[in-house]
Design a protein. Structure first.
Ligand SMILES: Cc1cc2nc3c(=O)[nH]c(=O)nc-3n(C[C@H](O)[C@H](O)[C@H](O)COP(=O)(O)OP(=O)(O)OC[C@H]3O[C@@H](n4cnc5c(N)ncnc54)[C@H](O)[C@@H]3O)c2cc1C
Length: 383
């Protein structure tokens, strides 16, 4: 793959980590992408190799089994893996999010039981927030956990949960005090083989088709006291606190898709000839390629800037929202341009830009839709 511009101020080890992720993406991820997209298969063996390469839990401390790197390293790795195939980056993003929650709020017992095996790819996780009536607005959350003796009983249903068809455990957001609004929500770690847990059917999606998405139902699921992650009533706050990193990750994932579209468009424009010359000689095509490169560069600067802010110990709510929103909007618009540059061949299954176009769309929807990102930006600006 061609090189990408790097902003100043990057440490040598960041570049080494990016290059290692790029090699992994080129050698192990990209060759599987067409097959994974067609088969919608969960590539367990690939995730074991990713974990062995230290790419599960990139910003999780080494003593807990992570790579002990930072958010910038996470963003660099996400871009490269996504350039190989977005579903693989999506899995790394999910592990990073759960890994961060368990690092920040898990007891030692929870870290031994869930975090360490997760980072070794021995156990698979899901992060279950969304419900039929609680999408962008989690105030509609109906899943309920009631105290029973020392423990809890969980009832409710979640939908469109990444990894639900294959996960061993899920972090589930539930109401513990219906009167307390956002302060009445808590997160529980639920083993998905527990009595009363059922998995709804796996969904078939437009893009990122190797990412397994489905529903989870909880009917009178008995949980021990030790299933509560962090403090009772702090679930919404805990979830929000990892969203900056989550959005930086999705921004980087969208950027990887955009960069792949740019790589292919440049190559195609140089070799495809019409009217006796390469189509890259035509200004209409040149401008699409120039806009693609401009957006990829801007998205990279925004993603890296937000990552730097988190690494400096601050929050980056505005910057992470901007980066996620910009990178994903650009990925959707510019992958459509990449299909255009490829003409009819861009519409044919097996030609990479066709898949990139489909893989890009969900980045405008998950981790908070781009309408919600704009709401967050406006609120931050007018606070
Ligand atoms: C492939 C995939 C993977 C997913 N993975 C997970 C997962 O792992 N865990 C999980 O919990 N969830 C997951 N989700 C769910 C995802 O987070 C939600 O789909 C998303 O938050 C949007 O919620 P919704 O679909 O209910 O849309 P809605 O909230 O119903 O929104 C519909 C439309 O209305 C707009 N809208 C809503 N409110 C406003 C407003 N106030 N102002 C302006 N516009 C508004 C939205 O932007 C959108 O365009 C996944 C979804 C998909 C499709």
């Amino acid at each position: 793959m061609p090189d990408t511009p790097m902003p100043a101020g990057m440490a040598d080890w960041h570049i080494a980590m990016r290059d290692a992720a790029r090699r992994f993406a080129e050698e192990e991820v990209a060759p599987l992408a067409v097959e994974l997209d067609e088969s919608e298969r969960y590539p367990a063996e690939l995730y074991q190799r990713l974990a062995a390469a230290g790419l599960f839990g990139i910003s999780v401390p080494e003593e807990l089994g992570g790579a002990g790197a930072d958010v910038l390293a996470y963003a660099l790795v996400m871009e490269e893996l996504s350039r190989g195939y977005a579903s693989v980056a999506d899995q790394v993003g999910l592990v990073e999010l759960l890994g961060t929650l368990l690092t920040q709020h898990g007891t030692q017992e929870q870290q031994d039981r869930y975090l360490r095996p997760l980072l070794r790819a021995e156990r698979r996780c899901a992060y279950a927030l969304t419900e039929a009536e609680a999408g962008s607005d989690l105030a509609g959350l109906k899943t309920r956990a009631r105290r029973k003796g020392e423990g809890w009983v969980l009832d409710g249903a979640k939908l469109w949960i990444h990894n639900a068809p294959v996960a061993d455990f899920a972090a589930v957001l539930a109401r513990t005090d219906p009167e307390a609004g956002h302060r009445g929500m808590s997160i529980f770690l639920v083993d998905l083989d527990a009595p009363g847990v059922t998995r709804d059917r796996k969904e078939h999606k437009m893009g990122q088709r190797a990412s397994q998405v489905g529903g989870l139902r909880f009917d009178n699921v008995e949980l021990p006291a030790a299933a509560l992650l962090g403090q009772e009533g702090r679930g919404f706050h805990m979830m929000m606190s990892v969203l900056d990193k989550g959005r930086i990750g999705i921004g980087a994932l969208a950027l990887g898709i955009l960069q792949a579209a740019l790589d292919d468009s440049v190559e195609y424009a140089k070799q495809r000839r019409q009217f006796g010359q390469p189509i890259g000689d035509f200004q209409a095509v040149q401008w699409m390629i120039a806009d693609m490169a401009k957006d990829a560069h801007a998205a990279r600067l925004m993603v890296h800037h937000a990552a730097h802010m988190l690494d400096a110990g601050g929050r980056a709510t505005l910057e992470a929202s901007m980066a996620k929103c910009f990178a994903s909007d650009a990925a959707v618009q510019r992958t459509a341009d990449a299909v255009q540059i490829h003409g009819g061949s861009g519409y044919i299954r097996g030609v990479r830009v066709e898949r990139l176009f489909r893989d890009a769309k969900i980045t405008q929807i998950y981790e908070g839709t781009n309408q919600i990102q704009r709401m967050i930006m406006a609120r931050n600006l007018m606070a």
